[in-house]
Design a protein. Structure first.
Length: 311
């Protein structure tokens, strides 16, 4: 996102007050941009990414993975379809929610209806059953959208954020709400295809794979990582909706496309599968072993080329 002319416009899953806006602020603070950005709220992760494809914004921040609920499916599906986009940065947020009440609701036992974004609902379901028994759980467009619904009198309470509550002047009925206290959500900064960020040694590479529809094709594709000692840290399957029984696979591995063995694996994948490269970028929380070095093997090949004797 550097070397842009003027102030970059960055879309995010809004409205203002969502965790995604907080993630954008965190990415800004980490120095992803040369200066301030213009934040542009969008109604969903796919809508955020559509603004990038249409050239309305320079990039978008969207949620991609919850440690509790797993992949954010609308983000994955949108990355797989349409013009290719590229992930250039990521960040993670500890996720705990604030329960916001409408005017006149002062206690949790008064709550009869609760608005929540589906991903958020999955992270507080047990808490709601214990603390708001019998309350009807209703779907909201986003975490901040749930708060706006409450402010507009459409529900008694919202599973939302403290930021949204402050913005809308809603009463906090409970803070730090989460079924899993260690819950985290990963967010990515997505742009049009661009130069891959420099290798750091603590990187993540992601792609969408569509193996040929033949027996053993998936095993053959995944073996390209295994035989090179490349650690696969995520694999998700999603149906190719146009063909029943056919799936595409989202894979993340530790390493960078500039790592020789990672590049070698992707060359092999290109021969046996349709590959959509989603990017290599510094991981927010590097984990697992990096790809092994192939320097010894490369030196051996060079010695053979030069006709050196082997011991």
């Amino acid at each position: 996102m550097r070397n842009l002319v003027g102030v970059p416009k960055i879309a995010y899953f809004g409205p203002s007050g969502t965790f995604t806006e907080m993630a954008l602020a965190q990415i800004e603070a980490a120095g992803a941009f040369d200066g301030p950005v213009e934040r542009v709220a969008a109604t969903s992760p796919p809508a955020s990414l559509a603004k990038v494809r249409d050239g309305v914004v320079d990039g978008a921040v969207v949620p991609i993975e919850s440690s509790v609920e797993g992949a954010v499916v609308p983000t994955l599906d949108s990355l797989a379809l349409g013009d290719r986009l590229q992930i250039v940065a990521e960040t993670e947020l500890d996720v705990a929610f604030t329960i916001l009440g409408r005017a006149g609701i002062e206690r949790l036992d008064q709550v009869r209806t609760v608005r929540a974004y589906p991903v958020a609902a999955g992270q507080v379901r047990i808490w709601l059953e214990e603390n708001c028994p019998g309350a009807e759980l209703q779907t909201a467009s986003s975490n901040a959208g749930a708060a706006e619904d409450v402010a507009n009198g459409l529900a008694d309470a919202a599973v939302s954020t403290a930021l949204a509550g402050e913005r809308l002047r809603l009463r906090s009925l409970a803070d730090g709400v989460a079924d899993e206290k260690s819950a985290r959500t990963r967010f990515v900064l997505v742009t049009a295809p661009t130069r891959v960020p420099a290798r750091t040694g603590g990187d993540r590479t992601s792609a969408v794979l569509e193996p040929h529809n033949t027996p053993g094709s998936l095993v053959g594709v995944l073996s390209e990582f295994a035989t090179r000692g490349i650690d696969l840290i995520r694999i998700e399957s999603r149906p190719v909706r146009t063909t029943p029984g056919l799936y595409r696979f989202f894979v993340d591995c530790i390493g960078h496309i500039d790592d020789p063995l990672v590049a070698e694996a992707f060359r092999a994948l290109h021969r046996k599968s349709h590959v959509r490269f989603l990017g290599s970028w510094p991981a927010a929380n590097p984990s697992g072993p990096p790809p092994p070095s192939d320097e010894d093997a490369a030196d051996w090949i060079e010695r053979i080329r030069q006709g050196e004797r082997e011991s």
